[in-house]
Design a protein around this ligand. Structure first.
Ligand code: ATP
Length: 314
């Protein structure tokens, strides 16, 4: 086969706790990451030259060489020079459904799909842990995007442990087209405002991660206690993003007024998601919140929590 099409799912954060600072400038985090059925499609094919070429159907993307999919392909060429020489370059075409810079890890998902696609194209037979090790060199969320599902993530987000999986609940997503939040700004502002509460001793960081691992949210997920999952959502970045962006706060309140299971900003935002018991309920909630917010710049999506990661289409 000289070409593969892959689905690259977005993620939401059911939990994002900032524990402290790291020497490398990132934050120590404990997160529960959850894949959803909203996917980009990534086509990976053997190129006619040695080059890597990335195209994307969405305007406003960074230059080709800064696309995370390009960086993923470049990493594969560096790591596997013999396969690169044998099979030549790669052409990657991305069809985006996941909104860009939305807190849904769209770029990371594209990079993960590129790694999996090239692994297949070059018949390398890499294992999931091997792919995740490469993925960690590209960004904190990329290792999770390889296998998706539900996972506890620690470190800067790249250390993953499997936890149970929730029911395939429906999720409504809302994001304004004219609003973007820089991930770097959100974490920097959190540090400026809250670093006095950060835990610094490595053993205390470890303890906190262990507490979350054996804590109520992870238990609720294992027991598929949907009500509790909704009640226990947490995202520390809301403390800096919500005061700055009233629309994000309004969307969150509008979802909660609809008595959804839970509503929360995902990652560094600005997407807000709401968990609902069924697709019908999600549709109802979406219509009600759309009418309540009455803002034509806000787009809505309905998806499902998903157990999948990158999938190769037949
Ligand atoms: P995360 O949740 O991992 O922080 P995000 O969902 O907030 O990510 P992305 O959609 O991954 O945001 O985009 C973050 C930045 O990465 C954007 O500013 C975009 O210019 C850049 N980027 C690079 N490659 C891609 C890609 N393939 N798809 C989307 N954005 C990309």
């Amino acid at each position: 086969m000289h070409a593969f099409s892959l689905l690259a799912p977005a993620k939401i954060n059911l939990y994002l706790e900032i524990i402290g600072d790291r020497a490398d400038g990132f934050h120590e985090l404990v997160m529960v990451l959850q894949a959803i059925s909203l996917c980009d499609r990534v086509d990976v094919r053997a190129g006619s030259t040695e080059r890597i070429h990335v195209s994307c159907d969405t305007p406003g993307m960074p230059p080709e060489t800064e696309n995370l999919a390009y960086k993923a392909a470049q990493l594969m060429c560096e790591q596997f020079p013999a396969a690169h020489a044998q099979f030549g370059g790669v052409e990657i075409a991305i069809a985006k459904e996941i909104p860009v810079a939305a807190g849904l890890a769209g770029g990371s998902a594209n990079a993960a799909a590129t790694l999996v696609g090239i692994d297949h194209l070059w018949q390398l037979g890499l294992t999931v842990p091997e792919l995740q090790e490469l993925a960690a060199q590209l960004g904190s969320d990329v290792p999770f995007c390889i296998a998706g599902g539900t996972a506890l993530a620690t470190g800067r987000g790249e250390c993953l442990s499997a936890i149970g999986s929730p029911d395939p609940l429906s999720v409504v997503l809302a994001k304004s087209r004219v609003l973007s939040v820089s991930t770097a700004w959100a974490y920097k502002t959190h540090r400026q405002q809250f670093s006095s509460t950060y835990v610094t001793r490595p053993e205390d960081i470890e303890t906190r991660a262990t507490q979350v691992h054996s804590g109520p949210l992870v238990r609720a997920i294992a027991h598929r206690d949907n009500k509790q999952i909704g009640n226990l959502l947490r995202n520390d970045l809301e403390r800096v993003v919500l005061p700055e962006h009233t629309l994000v706060a309004q969307l969150r309140s509008a979802f909660l007024e609809q008595r959804v299971l839970g509503a929360m900003m995902s990652g560094s935002g600005p997407t807000v998601f709401a968990l609902c018991e069924s697709p019908d309920r999600a549709e109802e909630v979406m219509q009600a919140v759309r009418a309540r917010i009455d803002n034509p710049t806000v787009d809505f999506w309905i998806a499902q929590l998903s157990g999948a990661g990158v999938q190769i289409l037949d």
